[in-house]
Design a protein around this ligand. Structure first.
Ligand code: SF4
Length: 311
């Protein structure tokens, strides 16, 4: 398998050294989402999921936060760190799922389902968070939905995450028809094939996959949850049901274990738009600056804070 035997680079490239030099001159930190290219993850100060990274950045004494990810992630960093300069590596790196719902379409939905609270996955734009009652992550969606006193809740934008919440709570969940194309393309036949090829491996699935796929998993969890699960498990082989960028950390942190991608085409092209050159350019030119206006930032932060209070 191509992911099993790739050696980790021991020496940094010239470009990586340049980025690190400039980063220190600018008092910047580099955040990399788990789905970024290996060489980007290699020089990041922090690698993780989007909210975890933004929360960490808010606690660090720095002038610049450089986010290697997609737009909504840098927006979250700006929401939580309004006094820092937040840069996104590529301005056209967007999350297609986050863009499946807009603030005005959500307002229409709220009018149709008046009084029903809106749970927004963190994979939404700041505008949409600002229109929502509470945020959730893929790890805590069940807990967030359970925490609301209402019998009916609206879950946006991922229909698969909404179905997962409905399956694990007694609430009626009204879903938006959004999806992540990377996870939604997985079918039960893919799981059967991977299990047949790797009969000893445990199958970990991200809740953005379809419900019929999740029901076949040994463990359903977020990217951070997969890292924890693989590390803690006494098993040695795992089938990974999420974007292949996570393979880098899984393999690096568990050199004695073997990880197989569920499908090798589980690649998010938006996440791969960021290259080392994007990082260097962003630090040199202050591009692309992400700043959320206060009238959006304050209500968006309120929705995030409501979720964080549940932890
Ligand atoms: S992997 Fe899916 S959810 Fe993540 S940025 Fe790409 S499209 Fe969006």
């Amino acid at each position: 398998m191509p992911f099993d035997n790739k050696p980790f680079r021991l020496r940094r490239t010239f470009l990586q050294e340049e980025i690190l030099k400039l980063k220190s001159q600018r008092r910047a930190i580099i955040l990399s989402h788990n789905y970024q290219r290996d060489e980007v993850q290699e020089i990041a100060d922090f690698v993780g999921d989007s909210l975890e990274l933004s929360r960490t950045a808010a606690t660090i004494d720095c002038d610049v936060i450089l986010f290697a990810g997609v737009t909504f992630m840098a927006e979250s960093a700006s929401i939580l760190s309004p006094d820092k300069m937040v840069l996104l590596t590529e301005i056209d790196a967007i999350c297609p799922m986050a863009d499946m719902i807009k603030d005005f379409t959500l307002r229409d939905m709220k009018n149709r389902y008046s009084g029903i609270p809106v749970v927004a996955y963190v994979n939404t734009t700041a505008d949409v968070k600002a229109e929502s009652d509470i945020c959730c992550t893929s790890a805590n969606v069940v807990k967030v939905v359970e925490s609301l006193p209402d019998e009916r809740v609206i879950c946006i934008p991922d229909k698969n995450l909404a179905l997962w919440a409905a399956r694990n709570t007694k609430k009626e969940v009204i879903a938006w028809d959004g999806f992540c194309h990377v996870h939604d393309r997985v079918r039960p036949e893919d799981v059967k094939k991977a299990r047949a090829e790797h009969p000893k491996a445990l199958f970990m699935a991200h809740p953005e996959c379809r419900l019929e796929v999740l029901e076949m998993a040994d463990h359903v969890t977020s990217t951070s949850g997969m890292l924890r699960f693989a590390k803690a498990s006494s098993e040695k082989e795992f089938i990974v049901g999420t974007e292949i960028g996570l393979m880098y950390r899984l393999r690096k942190e568990n050199p004695d274990k073997v990880f197989y991608p569920l499908r090798e085409d589980m690649v998010c092209p938006e996440m791969k738009k960021t290259t080392l050159r994007s990082l260097l350019r962003a630090l040199k030119e202050n591009n692309y600056l992400i700043k959320i206006p206060e009238e959006i930032r304050v209500p968006a932060k309120r929705a995030l804070d409501r979720m964080l209070m549940l932890r």
